[in-house]
Ligand binder design. Structure first.
Ligand code: G4P
Length: 522
């Protein structure tokens, strides 16, 4: 591995500090990069603005295969960002957006205990925020809402709150209120503490709150009084994912960022109990357990190593430990685990529940795998998600069908794409949630397996896993819908829908069949 650095000094003493493992969910351009950067600046993990942004720009200029490769290298170091603020260790997991949107984006949310939802004050809730929110809801992940860009003209704060409440079916509890927006923006008001909030720079410089003209302050006070109509902050409801505290702020101008950090420290859950079979695993369990939520391949075909991003769920992990790889039934010594800091990575000497370590391996670790100190446990709730882009794979040389099958199965297990075999017809269908995944898939089949392929439009736009408590009804449904049925890599039946209308039609006609947009691999 290149650019290994020494572990920052504080990292070796931070074992006993509380952990907050979280992700930021948002629609492109809402301000995730800016907010991430500010959090890292406040945490002292970077010292100049523009680092995260430079990455984004490099990514945007990417156009060819080499650039994908470069981007993958870059994103390895930035997919987990660890920083410390007021004696709390924050692990911020990146949920790639834009053209990088993929199943990894969704799966990352299975490894966090809380999420920050960033919304653009002018745009309100947008498509990608909604999608990511739905994944959070699957696991009842507590969400803090940050309504960004209030230094610009935005929608009325009450309209925004009501939109969140009705679109997401969530209780909203405003905590930090804007004093004006756009041209009238003067700062923020801390509702619980009845005081204005001045700007605090990432360097810790505290600026006095700006004086607000009395008429404007009177208006703000009236509005704040009206916020009394919303439910009061209730930690239990927040932890259960039913209520979201809302902060209005400006990531760019440093308003609301300190309050966000304080709220994460105070209310976001410490590493929580994880679902597993045969029993759940509490973070306080003494023996080490963890699960893999993402695998990243080195795109250089000469280095076929992979990094398995592993969330430690319990125990105190130490470098060199031998861990039991439950699916494979084998023990593996974890000699060179990696920790991720803002832009660097280092050897992880020890890691605690909530921490993410990268485990280099040669393909033995896959998404969803469990590691323990010997117990045959299995973490659950790391699903596959219904693809949103489906393509037919066309093989240039029909003689290579067998090799193609192996390549597709390998890459599907790694989580690069999903594969479906239609019940009628011979061509494979691949499914992805983001277009970049298709480029990566084609490039890897070409460079690693030397099988030239191309994609063709498929008649399908989405897929649903189908089940029923009545096996006969399930079989009847499959028989009656053969032309739109396929099997996934576990041979689970999948309904391939031509459009949302035909999906709804099939659902209405077969109420005894359960159509699911997620599927957990056994
Ligand atoms: P993203 O990662 O969610 O895609 O968003 P990003 O942070 O890159 O922000 C998108 C644009 O919004 C950027 O402008 C950024 O500067 C701006 N922005 C982010 N937070 C705020 C805020 O609190 N207030 C205001 N006024 N703008 C904000 P850009 O034009 O793309 O880049 P730049 O060249 O202006 O930096």
């Amino acid at each position: 591995m290149d650019d290994m650095t020494l572990i920052p000094e504080h990292a070796t003493t931070q074992g006993t500090l509380p952990r907050r493992t979280f992700a930021i969910i948002s629609h492109p351009d809402a301000g995730k990069t800016t907010l991430t950067e500010k959090l890292l600046l406040f945490g002292g993990a970077i010292h100049e603005a523009g680092m995260v942004k430079a990455r984004r720009e490099r990514r945007n200029t990417r156009s060819d295969w080499m650039a994908i490769e470069r981007q993958r290298g870059i994103s390895v170091t930035s997919s987990v960002m660890t920083f410390t603020w007021h004696d709390v260790v924050f692990n911020l997991l990146d949920t790639p957006g834009h053209q990088d949107f993929s199943e990894d984006t969704y799966r990352t949310l299975t490894a966090v205990d809380a999420a920050v939802m960033v919304i653009d004050a002018a745009r309100g809730i947008e498509a990608q925020t909604l999608k990511l929110f739905e994944v959070c809801r699957l696991r009842d992940i507590p969400i803090i809402t940050f309504i960004n860009k209030i230094d610009r003209e935005g929608q009325d704060p009450f309209t925004l709150l009501d939109e969140i409440a009705s679109t997401l079916a969530l209780d909203v509890c405003p905590m930090v209120w804007p004093i004006g927006m756009g041209g009238l923006f003067r700062g923020c008001w801390n509702i619980a503490e009845h005081r204005p909030i001045g700007r605090v720079s990432p360097e810790g410089e505290v600026f006095a709150p700006v004086t607000v003209p009395p008429e404007q302050m009177a208006e703000v006070q009236d509005a704040i009084e009206l916020t009394g109509a919303y439910p009061a902050f209730d930690e239990t409801a927040f932890r259960a994912g039913h209520l979201t505290p809302v902060l209005f702020g400006s990531a760019l101008k440093d308003y609301g960022v300190v309050e966000l950090l304080a709220m994460l420290s105070q209310f976001a859950p410490a590493p929580t109990t994880q679902r597993a079979e045969p029993h759940p695993v509490a973070a306080s369990d003494p023996s080490v357990t963890g699960f893999v939520f993402k695998v990243q391949a080195n795109m250089d075909p000469n280095h076929r190593d992979r990094i398995a991003f592993t969330r430690i769920c319990s125990g105190r992990f130490q470098r060199g430990m031998k861990l039991f790889h439950v699916r494979a039934g084998k023990t593996m010594a974890i000699q060179a685990p990696i920790f991720f800091f803002a832009r660097d990575r280092s050897l992880a000497e020890e890691a605690w529940p909530g921490d993410i370590i990268g485990i280099p391996n040669h393909g033995s670790l896959r998404v969803g795998d469990t590691l323990t100190e010997g117990e045959p446990l299995r973490f659950t709730g790391i699903p596959s998600f219904a693809p949103e882009i489906l393509r037919r794979i066309i093989l240039a040389d029909p003689m290579r069908a067998k090799q193609l099958r192996r390549a597709l199965e390998d890459l599907a297990e790694e989580g690069v794409a999903q594969i479906f075999r239609p019940m009628l017809g011979a061509d494979w269908i691949v499914g992805v949630v983001g277009a970049l995944q298709l480029d990566v898939l084609a490039a890897r089949i070409d460079t690693e397996y030397k099988i030239p392929i191309r994609f063709e439009a498929s008649p399908y736009t989405t897929a649903r896993w189908i089940t029923s408590t009545d096996p006969k009804r399930l079989k009847d449904f499959i028989d009656a819908n053969q032309s739109t049925m396929g099997l996934d890599r576990d041979d689970s039946p999948v309904f391939l829908a031509r459009d949302t209308w035909s999906l709804r039609y099939a659902q209405e006609r077969a109420p005894e069949i359960h159509f699911s947009a997620t599927h957990e691999t056994s």
